[in-house]
Design a protein around this ligand. Structure first.
Ligand code: HSE
Length: 427
């Protein structure tokens, strides 16, 4: 056997000196993870924190409260932003990119709110801004959407993108825990946001859907552009009904191509059948299903919240920076992108403690109608604009849960119109 083969040598990697903002659940997680990966040759030079008096696991001389100390230090070539204040995070990221430093962040709220400007800054200052940890924590979805699905024609990306709400729903369904106790556990385990209403009201999942829309379809949107809600309105009677029908309820984010040039997007609780991949995504796990013309279907599952799963994604971004990796946003830059629309029909279940709270006139078609003293529900077809424009379905005592196959064929229901309601004697 010949031993004279010229082996390729490893590409030369850049040494990375990090300035870390934030030492909360994920910041501390990253610190620990970096201690276990010396081969990465990335070291934290300084950590900027807000509250200096807090007792911390490592020596005080690692910390400063001056953001300038990190931003003005030329030896720091990477800023890692892991704080929970989206506005402050935006200022830090902007300043760092303007100084030509690469930035890694996991701040989905900040990214969703400033997507276009952040794109512009990366382009103008030719710096990398990576944020794999901002969406589904340990699932490498952004990198896959950027690289693997580059030439493939994606038709849909949907799944469970918030770990806390999935944890709560799992505990309610499988352990009969109360919503309050399950949320408390999610907070204690470090899954929830500092302000947990971001999780339970669906804002966090909506922010993540905007990130998915950008990388999957090149579509820059804000959560206000699509319908979303969280899980706070789901009632005991809804979960009992789901059990009876052998279904689970999951908070599902969906981006789906609905015709040649349009895209539907929403985040809503949804009934999920036992044979759906998402049915077995439990606790803080997230799960994503991509569908595309040639590859067909892929299913990604991984821990979607918590110190180490999120730190793992941040670490992967830091590692990619050693070889100057940048997102290219090819789908955003290409012409003829799909347009986000609310012109589609959804099959929904709506329950209410008082029948009067359900706006029957908004439905195109009512398939089932159940009327009891304190448990009234309707299954029917509604146009998405009715949900976007009206908020009767967000009142206390009303819950809206999507059918297991929520998007229905536009044309069919446009033809039928309101006739079914009249025939059923509802209007
Ligand atoms: N609060 C978030 C969640 C953290 O529960 O998914 C991870 O983004």
């Amino acid at each position: 056997m010949s031993t004279n083969i010229n082996k390729p040598s490893l590409p030369v990697s850049k040494p990375l000196t990090l300035g870390l903002f934030g030492f909360g659940v994920v910041g501390k997680g990253l610190y620990d993870v970096l201690q276990s990966t010396p081969a990465l040759q990335a070291s934290i030079k300084k950590i900027c924190i807000k509250t200096p008096d807090k007792k911390r696991a490592i020596s005080q001389n690692h910390f400063t409260t001056s953001s300038e100390e990190l931003l003005n230090d030329d030896s720091i070539n990477v800023i890692v932003e892991l704080i929970d204040d989206a506005d402050a995070a935006y200022e830090i990221v902007k300043a760092a990119l303007k100084k030509g430093k690469a930035v890694v962040s996991a701040n989905k709220k900040m990214i969703a709110a400033h997507f276009e400007e952040l794109l512009q800054l990366q382009h103008e200052y030719k710096t990398a801004f990576l944020y794999e940890g901002s969406c589904c924590a340990s699932i490498p979805i952004i990198r896959n959407l950027e690289e693997y699905y580059d030439n493939d024609l994606l038709t849909s990306v949907k799944g469970i993108v918030n770990g806390s709400t999935n944890y709560i729903l799992t505990k309610i369904f499988e352990n009969d825990l109360s919503f309050k106790d399950a949320l408390l556990q999610a907070q204690q385990l470090g899954f929830a946001e500092s302000d947990p209403s971001l999780d339970i009201e669906g804002h966090d999942a909506a922010n993540k859907l905007t990130i998915l829309l950008a990388h999957a379809f090149g579509n820059i949107a804000t959560p206000n552009d699509f319908i979303y809600n969280g899980i706070t309105s789901i009632k005991k009677t809804d979960t009992i009904l789901a059990h009876e029908k052998h279904l689970k309820i999951k908070l599902v984010a969906t981006a789906q191509k609905i015709n040649n040039n349009q895209l539907a997007a929403f985040v809503l609780p949804q009934f999920v059948e036992a044979n759906d991949e998402l049915s077995n995504v439990s606790n803080e796990f997230n799960g994503l299903i991509t569908e595309s013309s040639f590859a067909d279907k892929h299913f990604f599952k991984g821990k979607g919240a918590g110190a180490y799963p999120t730190a793992a994604a941040v670490l992967s971004d830091i590692s990619a920076l050693r070889y100057d990796y940048k997102y290219e946003y090819k789908k955003y830059l290409q012409p003829n992108k799909l347009t986000l629309t609310n012109d589609y029909f959804l099959k929904i279940f709506v329950s209410a403690d008082d029948l009067e709270k359900i706006n029957k006139d908004d439905f195109e078609w009512i398939e089932e109608w159940h009327n009891e003293a304190s448990n009234n529900w309707v299954i029917g077809i509604i146009h998405a604009t009715k949900l976007q424009e009206n908020d009767w379905w967000k009142q206390t005592g009303v819950s809206l849960i999507l059918h297991q196959n929520p998007i229905v064929n536009n044309v069919e229901y446009k033809k039928i119109g309101k006739r079914s309601l009249q025939l059923a004697g509802v209007i």
